[in-house]
Design a protein around this ligand. Structure first.
Ligand code: AMP
Ligand code: ZN
Length: 118
């Protein structure tokens, strides 16, 4: 935890300060269902380390983001949406529609998704 992360809701979930059932956990990542699902499957893949957004990424965190994507794919397989397809979304900043200031990837699927997004 650091100064930015003490009140961060995703830090609280990742560090078990909130009782949220996890779909996945390892030493670096947690995943849990979105509280307001946009589709039948909607899981958030969140690093335990507090990074505010994609703008905080560097070469040093590239492996972590790769792991988040592989985790999303594994969860999609577990949820049975792997073959039909799904969408991975990483919103960044105000115009990107980011509401929670802790980097996360949305795994969304279980129905046909429209493109382009609004
Ligand atoms: P974004 O707009 O990309 O920042 O996405 C934030 C997502 O976090 C939204 O889809 C919210 O529904 C979801 N969310 C916010 N608070 C919680 C929570 N306590 N548990 C699960 N999902 C949450
Ligand atoms: Zn955080």
């Amino acid at each position: 935890m650091n100064e930015n992360s003490t009140k961060c809701i995703f830090c609280k979930i990742a560090h078990k300060e909130m009782d949220v059932p996890l779909e996945f956990e390892d030493e670096q990542i947690v995943a849990f269902n979105d509280i307001k699902p946009a589709a039948p499957a909607h899981v958030l893949i969140v690093p335990k380390k507090h990074l505010s957004s994609a703008n905080d990424l560097t070469g040093e965190t590239a492996l972590l983001v790769g792991r988040m994507i592989v985790t999303a794919k594994d969860i999609a397989r577990k949820k049975g949406i792997y073959k039909k397809g799904y969408r991975l979304v990483l919103n960044c900043g105000e115009d990107g529609g980011q509401a929670v200031g802790h980097i996360h990837i949305h795994l969304i699927g279980g129905r046909k998704l429209a493109w382009p997004p609004g």
